[in-house]
Design a protein around this ligand. Structure first.
Ligand code: UDP
Length: 179
């Protein structure tokens, strides 16, 4: 039977841990362990990482940096997070490739759907970096896009709110949970 495919979306905030910005290495190690546990449970695994721990457009609105530049900086930051997770997974014996929507050939391969697909068939963990490669999107859009392109059976998002709401429950106490 064909193994089930799962895409894990991890927000950048997950990597913050006790830090104000950047990467908490104990959290990084823990995430690497968990990704490997999903792999060992028999799934083909793709991962999309956010960048809120380093750079996010909405935190830079009054900075004087234009939207498109800020979005590209966010996408670059996802590549940094992805390379960090790759390294932590490899350190634990996992086989992993970073496939990036933005070309940074010295650091990662380019995302080419058929190639990423083949890596997964071969049992490699694929980290899809660089978001969608386009400004005005988020890594949530990227995870939905990659989950569809890679024909994943399941998309799981680790985030700081529990469920799907009609607005942000951290800002709106009356946010309605969809059931
Ligand atoms: N981003 C973008 N296009 C994408 C994905 C991300 O422009 O396809 C930029 C955007 O500025 C975003 C930042 O990268 O704020 C980091 O992504 P996101 O906010 O989704 O990270 P998360 O909140 O999941 O940590």
């Amino acid at each position: 039977m064909k193994p089930k495919r799962i895409l894990l979306k991890l927000s950048g905030e997950t990597l913050l841990g006790s830090h104000e910005s950047g990467i908490d290495f104990s959290i990084l190690g823990n995430l690497a362990d968990q990704v490997l546990a999903v792999k060992k449970a028999g799934y083909e695994v793709a991962v999309v990482l956010g960048a809120g721990n380093i750079w996010r457009f909405r935190d830079t609105k009054n900075s004087g940096i234009d939207r498109v530049s800020s979005d590209y900086m966010g996408m670059l930051a996802t590549i940094m997070n992805s390379v960090a997770l790759m390294s932590a997974i490899e350190h634990r014996g996992g086989v992993v490739r970073v496939c990036s929507a933005i070309d940074v050939p010295a650091m990662a391969e380019s995302y080419i759907n058929r190639r990423a697909n083949r890596h997964m068939e071969k049992g490699r963990i694929v980290i899809c970096a660089g978001g969608t490669g386009n400004p005005y999107f988020t890594t949530d859009s990227a995870s939905a896009l990659r989950a569809l392109e890679l024909e994943c059976d399941l998309l799981v998002k680790a985030t700081n709110v529990d469920g799907v709401f009609d607005s942000d429950p951290n800002k709106n106490k009356r946010a309605k949970l969809y059931k």
